[in-house]
Design a binder for this molecule. Structure first.
Ligand code: GLC
Length: 426
């Protein structure tokens, strides 16, 4: 029998002291970001507040943040009610996400055109369109903003530094689409928060844990020190934290190796420890130290393996075989399950620590109820994620943590963009 490498998986554990440290570091970065000081958290003002729930009308939303994107048409009925919606999904190919801005926005405009043709025959009415664009965008108003950098493997040329709403408007006109007004620009976290708060007044955090990860929350305008004078006032403004770039974290040798091999080393450190684009890669790096697996270990394998309760870990075995192992033994399968569990548990606990930091910033003593709206494939598919987040919030807040409600806000990002378009329309 070959001797297997002994691997210390404890490096992935985060004790309560580590969670407390993360909360403090996150809050300190939030404070710096709001002041416009150097910080790993961009804390982007979005020029939008939460809706009243009374917004009404017909809107279109374009929800773009990964290789699949969606176009929706929906009716806001007021009183927190959303009517029947039409939806079409499209897929971006490699040539779209690594080519020029013309090719990228031209394809999106083509898709909007086919959506309108299919769903709005005979209607010449102008409709407001909310554009969810889930990348770090420096907003100048609710309907304009320039891309700071690409994340999640996108590399379209000619977009960084440019106004993405202008690029979309231009592409739509070029394709002869003249009956939509791009009237709002939103991050997916903002869409998620806004969609849930349309019917839930306690909702004050929107989180995405999918291909990428990020969160937003409403901040008192007086605390957003870096806001230009004209935008100052009373009330609240939602801040897109861009938490994926948080970097005050203890890294294992696996995190360091993953970051080094990535196409954006030194950036999006939290994202590389939490999101679907990287979790599988990370687990794969640990597994490869002991098992003879080849090729890619996909994030989606992890939830299947973690949930494998078959007697012989048959599902785990099937996956290991897919990755090139000929006859994995019971030890190998148990080890694999353990690695997946430990890597995803750390991801959930880190997300929870950041959520706790945001809640403490808004409500130090946890004197109110808070709803945290979460969307994203990783959160949705990993049944353990929610349990781990709740357990970690309990560690941080004790019994008061029952005031925090975590909800899955499915497809919130698109709906939210339509609601923001309604808010912007006034
Ligand atoms: C990446 C993007 C961010 C987005 C998140 C989730 O982190 O930079 O804007 O919200 O992915 O899609």
């Amino acid at each position: 029998m070959t001797k297997k490498n002994k691997i210390d998986l404890d490096v992935f554990l985060i004790p309560k002291s580590g969670i407390d440290k993360t909360i403090k570091a996150f809050q300190s970065e939030m404070g710096k970001g709001l002041k416009g000081k150097d910080s790993s958290l961009k804390m982007i003002p979005t020029y939008v507040s939460r809706p009243t729930g009374n917004e009404k009308g017909d809107f279109i939303a374009l929800d773009l943040g990964g290789t699949n994107f969606r176009i929706l048409q929906l009716e806001l009925k007021g009183q927190g009610r959303i009517g029947a919606s039409k939806i079409m999904k499209f897929a971006l190919k490699k040539k779209h996400i690594t080519g020029s801005a013309d090719v990228f926005f031209g394809f999106i405009a083509d898709c909007v055109k086919s959506f309108l043709k299919e769903n709005r025959t005979g209607s010449n009415r102008r409709t407001a369109l909310g554009f969810t664009f889930s990348f770090p965008v420096k907003q100048k108003s609710v309907s304009s903003g320039s891309l700071v950098c690409w994340t999640k493997g996108f590399k379209v040329r000619g977009v960084i530094g440019n106004d993405v709403v202008e690029l979309l408007r231009h592409a739509l006109l070029k394709k002869g689409v003249t009956n939509v007004d791009v009237s709002a620009l939103a991050n997916d976290t903002v869409g998620t928060l806004v969609a849930r708060s349309y019917s839930d007044r306690n909702c004050d955090i929107g989180v995405i844990i999918g291909t990428g990860t990020n969160a937003c929350y409403p901040e008192c305008i007086k605390n957003i020190v870096k806001l230009p004078g004209h935008a100052k006032g009373s009330g609240e403004m939602i801040i897109n934290i861009e938490w994926g770039n948080f970097n005050k974290l203890g890294l294992t040798s696996y995190d360091i190796a993953l970051d080094k091999a990535s196409d954006n080393p030194g950036k999006q450190i939290l994202e590389k420890m939490v999101s679907g684009m990287y979790l599988g890669r990370l687990a794969g790096l640990v597994l490869k130290e002991r098992l003879k697996i080849k090729g890619e270990f996909k994030s989606e394998y992890m939830s299947v393996i973690e949930g494998d309760n078959t007697k012989n870990l048959a599902r785990t075995e099937a996956i290991l075989k897919k990755t090139g192992m000929t006859s994995p033994g019971m030890d190998d399968k148990k080890f694999t399950k353990n690695v997946c569990r430990i890597v995803s548990r750390r991801a959930a606990r880190l997300s929870a620590a950041c959520i706790a930091a945001i809640i403490k910033k808004m409500d130090l003593d946890l004197s109110r109820k808070h709803t945290v709206a979460i969307d994203g494939s990783v959160y949705e598919k990993h049944r353990t994620f929610k349990v781990d987040i709740i357990a970690c919030l309990k560690d941080a807040f004790g019994r008061k943590s029952s005031r925090i409600k975590i909800v899955l806000a499915k497809d919130g990002s698109g709906k939210g963009a339509a609601i923001i378009a309604a808010v912007a329309a006034g």
